[in-house]
Design a protein around this ligand. Structure first.
Ligand SMILES: C[S@@+](CC[C@H](N)C(=O)[O-])C[C@H]1O[C@@H](n2cnc3c(N)ncnc32)[C@H](O)[C@@H]1O
Length: 283
């Protein structure tokens, strides 16, 4: 059974937008208010290197190993987007356990609807009672899991790198929502091709439309990009930071996770060492 819960988040997002503009820094939830922007950039460079979807390749190439770790766990998906990689994690569990219980959380209603549609189609493939899903439109910051048993927390597509200050806010959310024995599967982009990636962001035609959907007439001369020493790429508009993404060094990511109660268990990369999927266990 697939249940959906929609929250009217527009007022909350508008209030947060005003606060964020005052503080000089926009957060990721704002970029996804208009889903078309993300649809236009997500199958494209600069998110991927050579492969059209690096994380999908990593997951598909390592299905057997990943499946062993996730067997029997409830799943929570943080930020489903178009959901094609998340759906693979669902499929892995359906193929080995025949059933899966999951929750999916995203700020964007269209992405929640789309994931519901995709899961409904999985039910045609795996059987009517194979999926127990609750899909929730809300902020990660407001979400409270309803599972009791051990859980796999899934956060793919570089979402971790959209959070500033070494992603401390998102790590705290994972920590709050998890308990000992839980797993966390994170998908990020590595730091091997930082300069090429940065050039791709700077020159990407769609990025301004994606992250500046709250501005009616965008003046391209007000857009500035900078790369900082921690490999955050930051875009500002008229002096306000409107977007950030991060390229990760694997060892540093493992250290970072350790400071938030997550221990390294395993990892996999695409053949170009650009997309990285890491599995952590909660202490
Ligand atoms: C970078 S995209 C990744 C999407 C997908 N996981 C993938 O791999 O393609 C981030 C996703 O998280 C959602 N998101 C970002 N910040 C959020 C927040 N604070 N609360 C809820 N959803 C959020 C966005 O709407 C978007 O679907």
């Amino acid at each position: 059974m697939i249940k959906k819960e929609f929250t009217d988040v527009e007022d909350i997002l508008e209030k947060r937008l005003n606060e964020q503009v005052q503080s000089g820094k926009l957060e990721g939830e704002q970029w996804f208010r208009n889903p078309l922007g993300w649809l236009l950039v997500c199958f494209n460079n600069p998110l991927n290197f050579k492969n059209p979807n690096g994380e999908l390749v990593v997951l598909q190439n390592n299905q057997n190993e990943i499946s062993k770790y996730i067997k029997g766990l409830n799943q929570i998906h943080y930020g489903v987007g178009v959901g094609e990689t998340e759906l693979e994690i669902v499929r892995f569990e359906l193929e080995q356990s025949k059933v899966v219980s999951l929750e999916g959380i995203d700020i964007n209603k269209t992405f929640i609807e789309l994931f519901g549609e995709n899961l409904k189609d999985k039910e045609f493939e795996f059987g009517k009672n194979s999926i127990q899903a609750k899909l929730i439109q809300d902020l990660f910051q407001n979400y409270q899991p309803s599972f009791n048993g051990n859980t796999l927390h899934v956060c793919l597509g570089g979402t971790l790198g959209n959070f500033d200050d070494s992603s401390s806010e998102l790590w705290s959310i994972f920590q709050k929502n998890s308990k000992s024995g839980d797993c966390l599967l994170v998908g990020v982009k590595m730091d091997k091709y930082v300069d090429i990636d940065f050039k791709k962001y700077q020159t990407n035609y769609y990025y301004p439309a994606f992250v500046l959907s709250h501005i009616k007439n965008v003046d391209a001369s007000l857009i500035k990009w900078r790369k900082d020493e921690n490999n955050y790429f930051r875009m500002s508009y008229d002096g306000i930071e409107v977007f950030r993404t991060r390229r990760f060094n694997k060892d540093n990511l493992i250290k970072e996770a350790g400071t938030h109660g997550f221990k390294f268990a395993d990892s996999w990369t695409c053949e170009y060492e650009h997309s990285l999927v890491v599995l952590f266990k909660r202490n």
